[in-house]
Ligand binder design. Structure first.
Ligand SMILES: [Zn+2]
Length: 369
């Protein structure tokens, strides 16, 4: 199965799933034709493997009619020539950065929050020197190498995040800052293409007041409108639809989904079935995220990635009005080779729509246990 077959697969869905498809998605097949001049024919054959495939290929455009997300899929783009920094062994490069690494001596060389540090078995917290938001800290693993982690370690990182959110909530109340609802956010940028400035692995946690970050809030508003219009849960229906297409599956307590409108390469969503959202689930979310990352590491040369976790407001987690039907949602994307000079985000991604070379059906095949 491939994304090229999506129009047929959508048509052949059983009645209910086809109803969901027509409600949520639209797919267009775009025929792309060009004429190769003789001066580049042999070069194209060498780089892309087939002249005819380049002269006449299909692009698949998927639009999510509920959220406005979209993606243009063209697998040929993964074969286009890239300018790279001189390629070298990533492990030895990471090792060089151990020299003078502040995160290898965090107690002495990183600031701490006003309420002190939180220590887990495999990590501890540090205040961020240059914060994004009023509350913004780091979770620094004891392991220096940013790509070496296992389920126990990532569970610990996520549990420490939950404890940090709790401490911020207590601290904000003690500072007389208890009137505003506080919204937590957890993220993990690994290596340079993902926006990380320090090689030593680290996660980041923020808390923002009054309303959630715009992208989280936008998704929540879309899901509320969906519930109002169709008396159904958006995330549940998204799961049912992706499952019918072979793009989603259940694993332990979670649902995993290879998204039809990825924001960037190989986007995967991880979320629990509907039910009360509590922060004590965060450790298990960490285990599920780790399993996906480790499977990607085993099967593809993933070197750089972003993970984000959408969470409901603090302390009101299970009861907050308008958040009851919104799951803890982890999103992750592959950000490619660390030696690429060309970034994977250009004007299209920033201002128009996502351009994707990885096929969601291949991603599902890679990740399904
Ligand atoms: Zn280090």
């Amino acid at each position: 199965m491939s994304i090229l077959e999506l129009p047929r697969l959508a048509e052949e869905l059983p009645f209910w799933e086809n109803t969901l498809w027509n409600r949520i998605y639209e797919v267009n097949v775009l025929q792309s034709k060009l004429r190769l001049v003789s001066g580049i024919r042999s070069w194209v054959e060498e780089k892309f493997g087939s002249v005819s495939e380049v002269e006449d290929h299909k692009i698949i455009r998927v639009t999510n009619l509920i959220t406005g997300e979209g993606a243009l899929f063209n697998s040929l783009r993964s074969k286009r020539p890239m300018t790279r920094f001189p390629s070298r062994d990533l492990d030895s490069l990471v090792e060089e950065h151990r020299q003078g690494c502040p995160f290898c001596s965090p107690e002495d060389r990183t600031p701490e929050d006003s309420f002190g540090r939180i220590r887990g078995k495999y990590c501890l917290t540090a205040a961020n020197l240059t914060k994004y938001d009023g509350y913004h800290s780091l979770i620094i693993p004891r392991e220096h190498h940013p790509l070496r982690f296992d389920e126990d370690m990532v569970e610990d990182y996520f549990q420490v995040a939950a404890r940090w959110f709790h401490e911020v909530n207590v601290y904000a109340a003690s500072e007389g800052d208890s009137t505003a609802t506080l919204y937590p956010f957890l993220m993990w940028n690994c290596l340079w293409p993902a926006g990380s400035s320090v090689v030593h692995g680290h996660l980041q946690v923020t808390v923002t007041p009054k309303r959630h970050y715009p992208k989280v809030e936008q998704l929540r508003q879309c899901s509320l409108r969906y519930a109002y219009n169709y008396s159904s849960n958006y995330f549940q229906d998204l799961y049912v639809l992706h499952k019918a297409l072979g793009l989603s599956w259940a694993e332990d307590e979670f649902r995993l989904l290879s998204l039809l409108t990825p924001i960037k390469e190989k986007e995967v969503w991880i979320f629990p079935p509907l039910g009360p959202v509590t922060f004590d689930k965060l450790g298990l979310v960490g285990r599920a995220v780790c399993r996906v990352l480790n499977r990607l590491k085993q099967q593809t040369p993933i070197q750089s990635f972003n993970v984000a976790v959408y969470l409901p407001p603090l302390e009101m987690e299970a009861d907050a009005v308008g958040w009851k039907e919104f799951p803890i949602l982890a999103r992750l994307v592959d950000r490619g080779n660390v030696f690429n000079r060309t970034t994977d985000f250009g004007a299209m991604e920033l201002f128009a729509t996502s351009v994707i070379s990885s096929d969601p059906f291949s991603v599902a095949r890679l990740l399904r246990p």
